[in-house]
Design a protein around this ligand. Structure first.
Ligand code: NAD
Length: 395
């Protein structure tokens, strides 16, 4: 099939390379010319294991091309046109839909023949209906709208694409889903077909539920500290119950990243503007905000002269196997340490180019970060982090 993917970020680029690998002809469009130039030279703008091999394979096969919108949207629209641009958090907690609106407006104005517009960006519940009314219904050609939320995890995105737990497709008319069934024919996963609002809600509800598990186990961890129980044993004991499952029961400094913080806030906002007080979700968010401050609070208690100490911050990315630092706990922890007067030395094996808060210094190796440090905070759960600390203690 002919496919256009708009947005060459974590979601759009993964979708583009995987669809090309499946045999579709894919044009991936991004407004960032340097990103497009790099991709055409085979360089990925994101760290994702295995992605550069698939970019090279797609370019070599001729089934994958990268371009900016400069040729004009009319020439870039395909029978399936997927929107995967960003929906960052606005100041009020809502999803900022300006990138999505801009693209859908441009596509609607440019459409000269029927096509299916697939929304992969995470958009507020009700967005699909609003876009149809505001733009698609006024287009010169028929545009069928399908909500197709994405569930991939950064760092495992390529595996997740092919081995996804489910494909969710939402449309006003089930007949609109026929091209999508063909698009995903080679993926062996349950396909759930719903209306548009339900598909939009499934995405937010999934992320809210996973966030709830994380905040729950962090609350239990804090309780374990108070009563002298071992959180690892407790989490294992809980997770062996098949109704609960062991996933997302790792106590730590809370969730971060480009999805959970913004999607939980956006769902809280969606509930509020629809007159519903989502008390549980509010508690989940509050617990998470507090949890990431705990390491500094504990350190300040343990080291009253923190203003004369060096602290190593090990990990900048929000989780291992990615260079994504969006909403990463390290970026709340470092300013707090600096406020306490500590010297901050930060290290991350992948996120090497991100700007640090003024006053913090970047170290090229974990050993340089730990050299002379009185304390280390493991802010990203890199598999090697335990051995870093073990070796440093032995030294
Ligand atoms: N990152 C994840 O793990 C993940 C997982 C599931 C869903 N999502 C959702 O998918 C969407 C995309 O997320 P992401 O992490 O890939 O974002 P991203 O910021 O990494 O990528 C978005 C890309 O869109 C491009 N873009 C913006 N406006 C454009 C325009 N007018 N025309 C062409 N390109 C344009 C940007 O240059 C950027 O490269 C978001 O709604 C996000 O919530 C993300």
């Amino acid at each position: 099939m002919q496919v256009t993917v708009i947005g060459a970020g974590y979601v759009g680029l993964v979708a583009a390379v995987c669809l090309a690998r499946s045999g579709h002809s894919v044009t991936c469009v991004d407004i960032d010319p340097s990103r497009v130039a790099g991709l055409n030279a085979g360089v990925s703008p994101i760290h994702e294991p295995g992605i550069e091999a698939l970019i090279a394979e797609g370019l070599a096969s001729g089934r994958l091309t990268f371009t900016t919108p400069d040729p004009g949207w009319a020439s870039l629209i395909s029978e399936i046109t997927i929107v995967a641009v960003g929906t960052p958090m606005a100041d009020n907690g809502a999803a900022d839909l300006s990138q999505v609106r801009e693209v859908v407006r441009a596509l609607s104005q440019a459409a000269t023949r029927p096509f299916t517009l697939v929304m992969k960006s995470t958009v507020a519940v009700g967005t699909g209906a609003a876009l149809i009314e505001r733009y698609l219904s006024r287009a010169a050609a028929e545009i069928r709208y399908v909500s197709n939320p994405e569930f991939l995890r950064e760092g495992r995105a390529l595996d997740d694409w092919y081995a996804t737990d489910r494909i969710v497709l939402g449309a006003a008319d089930p007949a609109d889903l026929a091209p999508l069934r063909e698009l995903y024919a080679d993926i062996d996963a349950p396909v759930l077909e719903t209306d548009i609002a339900s598909a939009e809600t499934i995405k937010y509800a999934s992320n809210a539920f996973l966030s709830t598990k994380i905040s729950f186990i962090n609350e239990i961890a804090n309780l374990c500290d108070a009563v002298g129980a071992d959180i690892d044993d407790v989490a294992r004991g809980i997770g062996l119950d098949v109704r609960i499952s062991p996933h997302f029961l790792h106590a730590g400094i809370g969730y971060g990243g480009s999805c959970f913080p913004k999607d939980t806030r956006a769902l809280e906002f969606i509930a509020a503007i629809n007159g519903y007080q989502f008390s549980l979700l509010k508690a989940v968010i509050d617990v998470n905000n507090r949890q990431r401050l705990l390491p500094v609070i504990r350190l300040a208690r343990a080291l009253p002269d923190l203003d004369r100490r060096k602290v190593a911050v090990l990990g900048l990315a929000f989780k291992p196997q990615t260079d994504d630092v969006r909403e990463a706990p390290a970026f709340d922890i470092m300013p707090l340490l600096l406020e306490e007067g500590a010297e901050v030395a930060a290290y991350d094996p992948l996120a090497r180019a991100v700007p640090l808060p003024a006053g913090a210094t970047r170290r090229d190796t974990v050993w340089e970060a730990l050299e002379g440090a009185s304390a280390a905070i493991i802010t990203t759960e890199w598999p090697s982090s335990a051995s870093w600390i073990g070796s440093a203690c032995a030294a």
